[in-house]
Design a protein around this ligand. Sequence first.
Ligand code: PLP
Length: 397
Amino acid sequence: MKTLNRRDWLKRGTLTAASVVAAPYLSFGANADQPIKLDAQGNVPYTPFFKEYLPYEVDKPVELLAKLNANENPYGPSTKAIEAIAKNGVKGNRYAWRELFDLMDKIAVSEGEGITKENIMMGPGSSDLLEKTAMVFFQKGGNIVSADPAYMSLIKVAEASGATWKPIPLKKDWSHDLAAMEAAIDEDTKLVYICNPNNPTGSMTDHAELLDFCSRVSEKVPIFVDEAYLGFLEDADKKSMVSLVKEGKNVIIARTFSKIHGMAGLRVGYIVAPTETLGVISKITRGGMGISFPSIYAAMASMDDVEFQDKSRTLNKACREYVYESLDKMGFEYIPSSTSFIIFPIEMEGKAFLEKMTEQKVGVRAFDIMGKNWCRVSMGTMEEMKLFTAALEKVLV
Ligand code: PLP
């Protein structure tokens, strides 16, 4: 297995001067009148070391045989969730206030650790809550510390609200550099954002180290831990930061029904946090109002459908193994993934690569990380993964 260690790769690396120098930070933030800054090629420069090649224009219809560009779960929603939607659509004339509490109670029980619904805030997908948290925490500016590369949703809204981003490169094993992140905290730091497992790298940070970090550092500054992909881990590895909430630590944990539950289009997510922290966030925003009546019932039904979640996890793993094997055969290196996607370096400029893959009717994502082009592919069905490997071979091998 040709797995990728960042230090080895950097030694051989192709860190181009252009990528290190000019990339301006995404700065629609401090100045809300300014549109999102793109570079000369129309790509989104997040940091000098992390850039995303924008996929095909989203408003253009593109016919894909394998849509592997958004980390969606191809098996969902569960049949039980679909039945719940059909049954409860008729109640769509009502606000689902009480039903939302039922879902929150159910989630609280499933989280364990003495969590109650007072520790939970719901949202139409976790993006909504990532963004609301950013809007609330950065109303008066300040800075946010996170990994580089990281999942950008919360960070972009923080910047839009006037925050400065302090990106800290991941370590050579692609885990968070917790010591460097702690050192980066200053009196203006309003939030630390950690995505574990991380997107777009798929890599994990050790649970015990992260628990210690969150426990200590949350005494100084709140920590937001995004656990969107936790559901894909085997039970023994499925270790959350939720226990810290019960200890009263100032941590916010985000979860979503979009990934293991396969409900990305149904929009259900939540955060778990101390009641005081949720009080601050919900003072100026409302979470659960954005979730539809049928989606609430779909989420409850899906939680009960453990078989579906197990199936998603098993099939996702089988696809990962297949992609690893195929990449090995074609001579690609990759970062071992704990998620439903795999990222690996490619020898083609990202935009051209996206165009060529789209011509093959396969949708993926492309990034520039540390001056190297990368492809991120989501796990679809096995059939879709075979279309992906065939397309990759055509385009790059
Ligand atoms: N957090 C991470 C790390 C993600 O990768 C995603 C989606 O891809 C989200 C949050 C947002 O998911 P949703 O808004 O669908 O809950």
